[in-house]
Design a protein around this ligand. Structure first.
Ligand code: MSP
Length: 581
């Protein structure tokens, strides 16, 4: 797909969109890190569906790792039993987070295993995977070999867990990665494979320029090993190295007639910085060797830390799903989704999950902004126009093009408050359509915070306009102002219509709360009732048209409803959760 075209033409881009998350190890329970990457994928998937694209969103679990069989044994379970217990925990956590994934892959499923074997066989037959000796520094905690340089830099300890590296010599099957060095360099430098954020691209290119070595793609089966993993095709003394097999999931699950279009469309792989090398280098090279197109985007975000400290097993300070659930119970799930999406480590820097920050952001963005603005406008419709939209307006206010603002300003003056800027004009309709364009551009760059900020900016604009035009003051003077009712109706329509458009842009992060608003404001016609998760009846370009087919209509009922977000008490401590068993 032409990226520039997509940027300028987002609203009409019909290229299928395929977004993936890493598949997570099932040796343990899900935590904030797993939920975060999957949430980001969910927000992107929902936003892409909103602009009208055919989306496929895949997540799942990586089950054949040695550490899975080890922890299974420690828990008196077979590896498969243990994998199932944890895969179910991931599924439950992701259901709870209201993720709209279209499929959930477990690498123990036949549909994955059979295709993975097919790919490895194809590469063996082509002589791209061959047998050889391998000596290297192995990180048993991560199940990966490190280069001599990385091992040295980290004092021969795992850069992730700090555990000792082991020198290992093995006869292995190798993938001929060096063969793809010039191709990878060209693809990444030209952004044909976009590695994002920019800082990560530079890191990957830096390491690539130091040269590549063949990648082991198998593990020798040793005595006492659990019977766990996929056997290397044509060699019953080896199993396919779990990483190589795991990467294949992105293709195995869509490599069929029905889903092929997603691989042929725009492919986006999301993950954190820890595993970017596999995704930006090894996997694209494998794809090239298989005759498949590489992903368009490999996006590696940074890490969550907790209350200022890196999360680790030894410190036991992981933000577990239970804590996210406790926050959700108190402040709503969408508040948690909002906080994680807008405050998370989407860029190159780590982010801190701190209680004080959660409360601050919740109050500023949600209770005092989105929540307050929608209930204020809903209340005014109820108070002044019997809970109904009273008329439409083109969303322009100023002295040149209408009397509405002038009337409102007279009301202000009469109330003894002189405006400090009587020449001010408000072009609210124009502001919202620009915000929609900004949101689409940000989405194409995977800048989800900026995308949501476009929605937020409309809410701020409405708040500002309400303060300036003071409809509540105007409402008190309707008897004396000739044009007063029309002015008031125009102001309220514009606020309501702008908030309706804002709600569309905010919905990928807060699908439930925005659906609640649509129910209250009788905007159910925006969504397909048979597809509560994500289905919109038309693309954003249609839905967001000011006073268009899907706009607020005169006579439409606006129910006051409960405030979407109640203010949080800043003094209240973080929710307590039971320690994990
Ligand atoms: N199974 C491999 C991935 C194979 S993909 C073909 C794996 N699994 S994992 O369970 O360790 O998940 C790693 C991923 O979890 C990271 O890349 C990231 O997406 C997420 N996170 C884990 N800890 C995280 C943080 N502290 N912060 C943010 N996300 C992190 O690696």
């Amino acid at each position: 797909m032409n990226y520039n075209l997509a940027m300028s033409n987002q609203n009409t881009d019909h290229t299928p969109y395929y977004i993936t998350t890493p598949i997570y190890y099932v040796n343990d329970r899900p935590h904030i890190g797993h939920c975060y990457t999957t949430l980001i994928a969910d927000v992107a998937a929902r936003a892409q569906r909103l602009i009208g694209r055919d989306v496929f969103f895949l997540t799942g679990t990586d089950e054949h790792a040695e550490k899975v069989s080890k922890t299974a044994a420690e828990n008196d379970k077979t590896p498969y039993e243990w994998a199932t217990i944890n895969a179910d925990r991931f599924k439950a956590a992701f259901d709870f987070m209201n993720f709209s994934n279209d499929d959930f892959v477990r690498t123990t499923e036949d549909r994955h295993k059979s295709k993975a074997v097919e790919y490895i066989t194809q590469l063996k037959d082509a002589g791209i995977i061959t047998l050889g000796d391998y000596e290297g520094w192995y990180d048993p905690s991560q199940e990966e070999y490190l280069t001599e340089m990385v091992a040295k830099e980290n004092d021969f300890k795992s850069p992730v867990t700090g555990r000792d590296l082991e020198k290992r010599v093995e006869q292995n099957w190798f993938f001929d990665l060096p063969r793809y060095e010039p191709w990878l360099l060209e693809q990444i430098e030209s952004d044909t494979i976009r590695v994002l954020p920019e800082a990560r691209k530079n890191e990957v290119l830096g390491r690539l320029k130091q040269g590549l070595r063949p990648v082991p793609v198998s593990r020798q089966i040793k005595e006492g090993d659990a019977d766990w993993g996929i056997q290397m095709p044509g060699d019953d003394s080896h199993r396919i190295y779990v990483w190589i097999e795991a990467l294949c999931n992105y293709l195995t699950i869509v490599d069929n007639d029905e889903r092929q279009k997603y691989w042929d469309g725009e492919v986006v792989h999301l993950m954190a910085k820890d595993i970017i090398w596999f995704h930006a280098i090894i996997w694209p090279a494998m794809l090239n060797a298989l005759g498949k197109t590489p992903p368009q985007t490999v996006y590696a975000h940074a890490y969550w830390i907790a209350e200022g400290t890196k999360m680790s097993k030894s410190l036991g300070n992981f933000v577990e799903i239970d804590l996210l659930q406790a926050y959700a119970e108190k402040h709503s799930l969408d508040a948690v989704r909002w906080f994680l999406t807008t405050q998370g480590p989407l860029g190159a820097n780590d982010s801190d999950f701190a209680h004080s920050r959660f409360v601050e952001v919740y109050n500023a963005d949600l209770a005092n902004s989105v929540g307050n603005s929608t209930s204020r406008v809903g209340n005014m419709f109820n108070k002044y126009f019997d809970g109904k939209v009273s008329g439409t307006c083109n969303g322009e206010f100023g002295f040149d093009n209408g009397t509405s603002l002038q009337t409102a300003l007279i009301a202000l003056e009469n109330a003894g408050k002189k405006s400090d800027d009587p020449d001010r004009t408000y072009k609210i309709a124009e502001f919202t359509s620009q915000a929609v364009v900004n949101a689409c551009d940000s989405l194409s760059k995977m800048d989800l915070d900026a995308m949501l900020d476009a929605g937020r900016s409309i809410v701020r604009h409405v708040d500002d306009f309400i303060s300036f035009s003071a409809p509540f003051t105007l409402a008190k003077q309707l008897d004396t102002l000739e044009d007063g009712t029309h002015a008031l109706s125009s102001i309220l329509y514009s606020c309501g219509e702008a908030l309706r458009i804002a709600s569309l842009l905010l919905s990928p992060a807060m699908p439930e709360k925005m659906a609640e608003l649509w129910r209250n404001w009788n905007c159910n016609h925006l969504v397909d009732p048979d597809d509560a998760n994500s289905g919109f009846v038309a693309p954003l370009s249609e839905l967001a048209k000011w006073n268009g087919d899907y706009g607020l209509k005169p006579g439409q009922e606006i129910i006051k409803g409960e405030a979407l977000f109640m203010r949080a008490d800043t003094k209240e401590p973080a929710p307590e959760i039971e320690p994990a068993s």
